[in-house]
Design a binder for this molecule. Structure first.
Ligand SMILES: Nc1ncnc2c1ncn2[C@@H]1O[C@H](COP(=O)(O)OP(=O)(O)OP(=O)(O)O)[C@@H](O)[C@H]1O
Ligand SMILES: [Mg+2]
Length: 194
């Protein structure tokens, strides 16, 4: 009788093999491995990992990525983590049905890259909004979420000298906006005006 469930790496379909490779690479924990990074590429890579998942079957993802954005000094693995968390949150809020828009651009004075992730979900209630970036804050049922997602996103963005905020759209849904400085200043605090 064949009892082993071992599958040889070569037996995996190539698309699946690529996904596993990506996932392993994605999960690699590198501490502050800052180098000039392509944010559009990090977003595309995150979407590649997510778009075939069941949760995304009835979600339309629209990318509107500004071509030839300057590179930002960033730990690309941590950035992957940021986009993964925000896109997952959006999909979960919409309960797997709706539209996610991802937009990148340069700030008017070209000192920041601006990333906007919006959804067509229920949005965020006022009394929830003030807590969303706190560690362990979740509105999900017990066992469904740790409430660590956004607090990690917040600290990663902050470590990169950037900022993140959330608001509700005039229409349905929530919008998360991240600003990342194109060149990180060594000294803390003073970042060029936008
Ligand atoms: N796009 C969104 N639309 C509506 N509410 C959101 C959205 N993103 C986050 N939230 C709210 O913010 C809360 C905190 O999010 P966070 O990612 O920190 O934790 P979580 O998603 O609940 O748990 P985990 O990330 O561990 O799975 C969520 O429980 C939800 O109430
Ligand atoms: Mg989350």
């Amino acid at each position: 009788m064949h009892t082993s469930s071992t599958i040889l790496w070569e037996e995996l379909p190539s698309r699946c093999r690529d996904t596993v490779k990506e996932l392993l690479e994605f999960a690699r924990q590198t501490q502050h491995f800052i180098k000039p990074s392509d944010i559009n590429q990090a977003i595309s890579r995150t979407l590649f990992l997510l778009e075939n998942q069941t949760l995304f079957q009835n979600i339309k993802i629209k990318k509107n990525l500004k071509p030839s954005l300057p590179l930002v000094d960033a730990d690309i693995h941590q950035m992957n983590h940021v986009f993964m968390n925000l896109v997952l949150n959006a999909a979960q809020a919409m309960e797997g049905k709706g539209e996610i828009n991802i937009h990148t651009d340069l700030s008017p004075r070209k000192h920041y890259i601006v990333i906007e992730i919006s959804d067509t979900g229920p949005g965020i209630a006022k009394d929830v909004m003030q807590h969303i970036f706190e560690p362990f804050f979740t509105t999900k049922q017990e066992g469904q979420g740790t409430g660590l997602g956004l607090s990690m996103v917040y600290s990663i963005v902050e470590n990169h000298g950037g900022s993140i905020n959330a608001r509700n759209r005039k229409e349905k849904g929530a919008v998360f906006t991240i600003e990342l400085p194109i060149k990180n200043k060594d000294s803390k605090g003073v970042i060029d005006e936008k």
